[in-house]
Design a protein around this ligand. Structure first.
Ligand code: GLY
Length: 497
């Protein structure tokens, strides 16, 4: 079954159980300042759970686009290292707002995966919160799962919260056993981080609202929120042990492989695999983030986007990929996902050109920064990259710290984060001092407006040589040149687009 069929089957099954099909909401949570990105299917329903808004329906089903690259749920560091983590994924979920509760939620989940998808029962293990006797009884007595395959876990594994505040509650999870040849142990065991037992479905019993002081307040009506990763389910249904081998990723990885230079293609494929998977993951998240109107910048959501892009470009650099390989993958993502998300096609040009510009901007300093790092690594003693090097890579070459951490991890090195923070604090103090320089604020009001304009951005030292319009010249103790950032594009790009 391909992923489009699985998505459709899930929505259809719950529609037949009187659930309203609700489209995926934007990756930018609607009026929710507590969250960086939509990180679960329940986000768009948060206020229904809290009782602060009412819905026209008490049952809903969705396939929700999610990004987990910051905040409480952050999988960025795991991408490329496991078979199952992504910065972007689709979450299939069914929801009850004060309608059904534990028994019906568990019964429908089991029916869907064992009868609709025909996943073998003996491959499934479940976990319950250790305080949740009711769910344990339902699994053992009603569903008939052998007692030894119902595992009790604590808050870390079986209490789900959307963030530091908001709806939360105990959960019961369903795991698929990929087989003894895959490293990893049963949930709750010390080897549970491996890829053998994969959590495919999380059924959360929304019972509380956590407030900023950490208190749990009972919700007005007990509800249900479920989450099943489409990528993980596709792996199970397509008989593969790694999400990156499913139809959602295969063609992206194949296209990237075709772009490898011949010298790289001649090498052992496994040497490239992890980087190709990171690239495939990151092109999906960046494509969807830009579609949802996030643009790369130096702060907030835009900075997370920029960090993901730069991380992908660094993996491309490692594989000697040609420049602009990353933006060239956008059409493949749209080919795979455009049927379910037609807005992607409309945004195709904007997505490609945004990534193309980021590739131009970072390519020069990426090369220089990598050279600096390689040189420094030859002379370090021990296994720690010094703070001043991490800072220089960040400040001069535009390497976000997690990018440097990714390189360090590959080479079994650590980062001197304290030293890095010290350099950062010193630099902030220097820039505070130098911002006191003398400008005659009355000299030219129109020119000063340009400087105050919020759309002015610091573009970093990433554009080696380019052309720009001078839109203001303000003489003073330090002269100021204001350049039109839109003209900061390489001539080649402007000519071809
Ligand atoms: N909201 C349930 C989950 O994300 O697992």
């Amino acid at each position: 079954m391909n992923s489009a069929e699985i998505r459709q089957k899930f929505l259809g099954y719950f529609a037949s159980k009187k659930h309203t099909i609700v489209p995926s909401s934007s990756l930018v949570p609607h009026s929710d300042p507590t969250l960086l990105f939509t990180n679960a299917g329940m986000v768009q329903f948060k206020h229904f759970f809290l009782g602060s808004e009412t819905s026209d329906y008490t049952r809903a089903v969705s396939a929700q686009c999610c990004v987990r690259a910051g905040g409480k749920h952050n999988d960025l560091d795991n991408v490329g290292y496991t078979a199952r983590h992504h910065t972007f994924f689709e979450m299939l979920g069914n929801f009850s707002f004060g309608d059904y509760f534990k028994e019906e939620a568990i019964t429908m989940a089991w029916d869907f995966i064992t009868n609709e998808l025909n996943i073998p029962r003996d491959r499934l293990t479940v976990t319950v919160h250790h305080s949740d006797q009711e769910s344990e009884n339902i699994w053992i007595k009603k569903i008939g799962i052998p007692k030894e395959r119902v595992i009790q876990c604590g808050d870390n594994d079986n209490f789900w919260s959307m963030g530091e505040t908001g709806p939360c509650g105990p959960c019961t999870e369903i795991f698929y056993d990929h087989g003894a040849d895959i490293p990893g142990g049963a949930p709750g065991s010390s080897e549970s981080d491996g890829d053998r037992y994969i959590e495919i479905w999380n059924i959360v019993f929304m019972q509380y609202n956590r407030t900023i002081d950490g208190h749990l307040h009972p919700l007005p009506m007990p509800s249900v929120d479920t989450g099943m990763g489409l990528e993980r389910l596709s792996a199970v249904m397509q008989g593969v042990h790694n999400n990156y081998e499913t139809d959602l990723f295969k063609e992206i990885i194949h296209t990237a492989e075709q772009m490898l230079p011949h010298t790289e293609q001649a090498r052992d494929k496994n040497e490239h695999l992890s980087s190709l998977r990171v690239i495939a993951d990151h092109i999906r998240s960046t494509t969807f983030l830009i579609k949802d109107n996030i643009t790369p910048s130096n702060e907030g959501r835009g900075y997370v986007l920029r960090r993901i892009i730069r991380r992908a470009l660094r993996h491309g650099h490692k594989l000697n990929m040609p420049i602009h390989f990353f933006s060239r993958l956008v059409p493949v993502v749209i080919k795979i996902m455009g049927g379910a998300y037609p807005d992607l096609k409309k945004a195709e040009h904007a997505i490609e050109s945004t990534l193309y510009r980021e590739e131009d901007a970072f390519s020069l300093t990426l090369n220089q920064g990598m050279k600096l790092l390689e040189k420094e690594l030859l002379s370090i003693h021990g296994t720690v990259i010094p703070g001043d090097i991490i800072f220089k890579l960040y400040d001069t070459y535009g390497f976000p710290i997690d990018l440097t951490a990714d390189i360090a991890r590959e080479r079994l090195l650590q980062l001197d984060e304290i030293g890095y923070k010290k350099c950062m604090a010193e630099q902030q103090e220097r820039s505070r001092q130098s911002s006191k320089f003398d400008i005659d604020y009355n000299q030219n009001e129109q020119q000063m407006e340009i400087l105050r304009d919020k759309s002015s951005t610091f573009l970093e030292v990433t554009h080696g040589e380019t052309e720009a319009q001078i839109i203001a010249y303000i003489p003073g103790e330090k002269d100021i040149l204001v350049l039109d950032k839109n003209s900061l594009l390489p001539r080649r790009w402007r000519a071809s687009r």
